[in-house]
Design a protein around this ligand. Sequence first.
Ligand code: SF4
Length: 317
Amino acid sequence: MSTSPEVRTLEIIIAHSAGTCFGVEDAIEMAERTKQPILGPIVHNRLVVEGLARQGIPVLERYSDLSGLTGQGVDEVVITAHGYPRELKEDLDRRGIVYHDATCPVLLKWVYGKIRKFESEGYKVILVGNPDHAEIIASRSYGRDIHVVYSDEHVAALPDDLGPKTVAFCQTTITRSKFEALVERIRATKYPGLKAVDTRCKPVKNQQEAVARLAQWVDAMIIVGGFNSSNTTNLARISSVHLPEATYHVDSPDLVQKEWLENVSHLGIGGGTSTPKDQIRAVQQRVAELFDGHVLYRREDRDGEIERDDFGADEEL
Ligand code: SF4
């Protein structure tokens, strides 16, 4: 009597909150509605930027690129969710160029608000984040004299004395462990009394916590999103702590490999705040096509939708 071969089952678990946040969704909606040139990549996601280009919406690399367009009668632009430096907004005003501001409310109301509040109380502000990232370039322009650190070398280069009151905020997409490590370094080597407030936004915190939870029990994890997206790259980094050999970062379904599914019965999928949900679905579908057997889907329990004014909590380190 012949026995039928065992049919394998793969369960795909989508991480809680995976996919675009309200800030990114608002920015894409504004760009599609106004159809005006966008100052910088609206999100760090190649497929989204290519989709906008197909709709005839130019994405400018640098502010100086605007000069080439203004001769062609462009008098309106869109500012991305990452925010835009104060002096360049003032320059747009001087040039009579109208800007549609898609700066995320988390930055406009929460982060810039904190910078203003603490400076008015006599604090010197330190931003912990990538000094070349659009969010940090913009955020530092809303303070008087902000220092930015992203490495031990940056910490070493801080002035020895910044006065009695110092406070650190962080890039909204950084990992908590990186923020904590740099805050500890600053306290140990420069300013022992440094106050530190975790300004990661709620969507980022939720995604980071969800991926860390999932990575502890699934057999493999696929993180979907742009390779130039810091929040997506950080999710891959967090997953790699638990799944160093089985974490894969893809920006399109074509990159998914059949070998990744060997000996895998539980597969986690996460996506950054700049990853549209249809890109996550496309990867899910590709996995199902490549897997020989039954595929089941599960979405991690949600504890409620995140509203656009739900920025995060004032959590001090
Ligand atoms: S990641 Fe956070 S700060 Fe950035 S656009 Fe989304 S909600 Fe806003």
